[in-house]
Design a protein around this ligand. Structure first.
Ligand code: ZN
Length: 141
């Protein structure tokens, strides 16, 4: 997702409308041009929007990769309900008969690594996709 750069914001302390560079806000280094207050709460809110968007796009990419691999279709509701590797494995095994859990799990991990090459398999197995696919949470870790 993209923000218009610079972003028009209003200082939460002194209510001065102003424009700030997207990068400064996201990096939590922006300050109000009038009162000097840090604009971290604005930046945090933008980070949250980026995370929601990245997580959403990543899950759609993953679903598409798995639909292609297993020749099945995953509905929006199923996508929303599946938030971990194991949830995807259960979902696919339910939809496509005769698959071994381990084979499906390997495919889910490979599909995740295709979307986020910097991830590790242990992380994919234990963390929620929302966390894994969130750009800024990952950068903070
Ligand atoms: Zn201010």
């Amino acid at each position: 997702m993209r923000f218009q750069d610079p972003v028009a914001i209003t200082c939460p302390r002194c209510a001065t409308p102003q424009k700030q560079p997207v990068s400064s806000l996201l990096e939590l280094v922006a300050t109000c041009c009038t009162c000097g207050k840090d604009l971290n709460e604005v930046g945090e809110s933008m980070r949250s929007q980026v995370n929601d968007w990245d997580s959403y796009v990543g899950r759609i990419e993953l679903a598409m990769a798995l639909e292609h691999r297993f020749n099945c279709s995953i509905t929006d509701e199923e996508l929303d309900a599946a938030d971990t590797a194991n949830a995807y494995v259960s979902l696919i095994c339910r939809k496509v008969g005769g698959l071994a859990d381990n084979d499906v799990l390997r495919e889910v991990c490979e599909a995740m690594l295709g979307i986020r090459p910097e991830l590790t398999k242990p992380a994919i197995l234990v963390q929620s996709f929302r966390e894994l696919l969130s750009t800024y949470r990952r950068a903070d870790a």
